[in-house]
Design a protein around this ligand. Structure first.
Ligand SMILES: NC(=O)c1ccc[n+]([C@@H]2O[C@H](COP(=O)([O-])OP(=O)(O)OC[C@H]3O[C@@H](n4cnc5c(N)ncnc54)[C@H](OP(=O)(O)O)[C@@H]3O)[C@@H](O)[C@H]2O)c1
Length: 238
C-alpha cells in the first residue's frame, strides 16, 4: 500500500507512518518541521522493510498539498490512502482567542483537511479508488459544553467526511473518520500505565492503540467503508 500520512513528524501521525513502514508499505510523510521529518524518514528507512519519503509542507498551503501528492506519485507510482493526522489546537475561551490563533487553527484543521483531500483525489481516480482517513475529536458531537473553536473545527471535519462520502463513492474512494477521546500524543507510543490512568481510572489512549485502529481501517477491502470509528478511554469524563 502507498499512503500519504500528514502530521507525521510527531504524535499519532509519526506512529502511523512508522507502523506502515514496519509492515512493508510505502509512505509519504508530510509535516512542517523539515529536519525532524527527514530524520524520522531516515530512521524508518534504515529499519524497513517499507519505504518513507519525507515531503516537508503545510496542509494549509495548497501548493504544498499538491507537491506531497506529486512526490508520492513519482516515487511510488500510485497512492492508495491518505491518513490526515495534521492538526493543532487552541484551548482558550472563545472571547479570549487571538484572531491569528483562530485563523491558524481553521487554516490547519479545516482548510488543511479539505485541501489535502482535494489534492489527492485525482491520484485516487487514476488508480480506480482509494481511502481517506480523517481524525476528529469528541467535541465534534457537542455532547456536552465543548471549547467553542474545537466544536467549530470538528463539526467542519465531520461535515467534510459525511458529505464527501457520497461524491467519492462512485469514484471508488472510501471516506473514513476516526473520532478520538484524549490521546497521550507526546508520550512514548506505548507509555507507562500512570500516563494513561488518573485516580485509578483510564483517561487517555496511547498512540499505539490509536494507530492499531487506523491500521484496521486501512486494512478493509475495497467496498468496505468504515464510516466512523469512535475510540475513547473507558473512564474519560471530559
Ligand atoms: N491528542 C489528542 O488527545 C487528540 C484527540 C482527538 C483528536 N486528535 C487529533 O489527532 C490529530 C493528530 O494529533 P496529535 O495528537 O498526534 O498531535 P501532535 O502530536 O501535535 O501532532 C500533530 C502533527 O501535525 C503536524 N502539523 C501541525 N500543523 C500542520 C500543518 N499546518 N501542516 C502539516 N502538518 C502539520 C505537526 O507537525 P509540524 O509541527 O512539523 O507541522 C505534527 O506532526 C489532530 O488532528 C488532532 O486534532 C488528537
Amino acid at each position: 500500500m502507498n499512503v500519504l500520512v500528514t502530521g507525521s513528524s510527531s504524535g499519532i501521525g509519526e506512529t502511523v507512518a512508522k507502523s506502515l513502514v514496519e509492515a512493508g508499505h510505502q509512505v509519504v510523510m508530510m509535516a512542517r518541521r523539515a529536519e525532524k521529518l527527514k530524520a524520522l524518514a531516515n530512521d524508518f528507512n534504515a529499519n524497513g522493510p517499507g519505504r518513507a519519503e519525507a515531503v516537508p509542507g503545510d496542509v494549509g498551503v495548497w501548493a504544498d498539498c499538491e507537491r506531497a501528492v506529486d512526490v508520492g506519485m513519482k516515487a511510488f507510482g500510485s497512492l492508495d490512502a491518505l491518513v490526515n493526522a495534521a492538526g493543532t489546537w487552541v484551548e482558550a475561551p472563545f472571547v479570549e482567542v487571538r484572531p491569528e490563533a483562530l485563523q491558524h487553527f481553521i487554516q490547519t484543521d479545516v482548510t488543511g483537511a479539505a485541501q489535502i483531500s482535494r489534492a489527492i483525489l485525482p491520484a485516487f481516480q487514476k488508480s480506480g479508488g482509494g481511502r481517506l482517513i480523517h481524525i476528529n475529536g469528541l467535541q465534534g458531537f457537542i455532547r456536552q459544553r465543548p471549547p467553542v473553536l474545537y466544536a467549530v473545527v470538528e463539526s467542519a471535519v465531520r461535515g467534510l467526511c459525511e458529505s464527501l462520502r457520497w461524491e467519492a463513492a462512485p469514484l471508488g474512494v472510501h471516506v473514513n473518520l476516526i473520532t478520538l477521546g484524549a490521546v497521550a500524543n507526546a508520550a512514548p507510543e506505548t507509555p507507562a500505565d500512570d500516563v494513561l490512568h488518573r485516580d485509578g481510572k483510564r483517561y487517555r489512549l496511547s498512540r499505539r492503540e490509536v494507530t492499531d485502529a487506523i491500521l484496521f481501517m486501512l486494512s478493509q477491502p475495497p467496498g468496505v467503508n468504515v464510516d466512523e470509528l469512535i475510540l475513547t478511554p473507558l473512564d474519560q469524563e471530559f
